[in-house]
Design a protein around this ligand. Structure first.
Ligand code: SAM
Length: 224
């Protein structure tokens, strides 16, 4: 997914520098939260992998910063957010650390990963994050979740077209699906896979090159 990296960087400096490049600023409490989160990913990964990346610099860049880049397209009125297939918490948990006003639901099928997500939420006192151990297809038809969200996200769960299909039933009318898409998926191909009467493209913006190289971008689709 990522083609450009800055190997050997100190993770704290990398986070600080990356956050500035994204036009954000972190106070002391979020900085400490990211450090604890990183330590817990490394500790839990000693037994078996939680993410495809284990070294601190990659956790910061491919986990934290790549997730924080999504904040630029969160609609101002959004409150309820669902993240499908969160894995070790990306993109939802870095966003939750910074945006305490958003209410997140994380839908994760794996028992071990959902246990990890609950552990992190307790540790970091992320009280407005709820973790569901479920498949998205099953959760999306429950009354509590169907059509209940302002924003849906899914990173690296399936082809972007399939991710949009998984996300759509969670969205209220007018709600949006935010996808991080690589150069291997042209927007025209993504749109050709979507039902045109259900989802429409509203915005597309390139991600900075340090987050995956040329062609990687954010795409925002609105539920009609
Ligand atoms: N989004 C995270 C990231 O970008 O690092 C994790 C990506 S990981 C490759 C895909 C995750 O999606 C796995 O943790 C898997 O258990 C979960 N997953 C796959 N299909 C799912 C589904 N239908 N419902 C819920 N979780 C799913």
């Amino acid at each position: 997914m990522f083609q450009s990296r800055r190997p050997g960087s100190d993770p704290d400096a990398l986070l600080e520098c990356g956050v500035m490049r994204l036009g954000l600023a972190l106070g002391a409490a979020p900085r400490a939260a990211f450090r604890r989160y990183q330590d817990e990913i490394l500790r839990w990964s000693e037994r078996s992998s939680l993410t495809g990346f284990r070294d601190p610099a990659r956790i910061v860049t491919e986990g934290f910063l790549d997730s924080l880049a999504c904040l630029s397209l969160v609609p101002p009125a959004a409150r309820r957010v669902v993240d499908i297939g969160s894995g070790a918490g990306f993109p939802a948990l870095p966003m939750a650390i910074v945006r305490r006003d958003l209410r997140f639901t994380l839908v994760e099928a794996s028992r071990r990963k959902s246990s990890f997500l609950r552990h992190i939420c307790r540790l970091l006192a992320l009280d407005d994050v709820r973790v569901l151990r479920a498949r998205a297809e099953a959760a999306a038809v429950e009354t509590e979740h169907a059509g209940a969200y302002d924003l849906a996200m899914a990173r690296a769960v399936a082809h972007p077209g399939l991710q949009a299909e998984l996300a759509e039933p969670f969205l209220r009318r007018g709600g949006v699906f935010l996808a991080q898409v690589g150069s291997s998926c042209p927007t025209s191909e993504l749109l050709s896979r979507l039902p045109p009467d259900r989802l429409a493209l509203v915005a597309e913006c390139p991600l900075p090159e340090f987050l995956g190289g040329p062609g990687r971008r954010l795409i925002l689709l609105r539920r009609l």
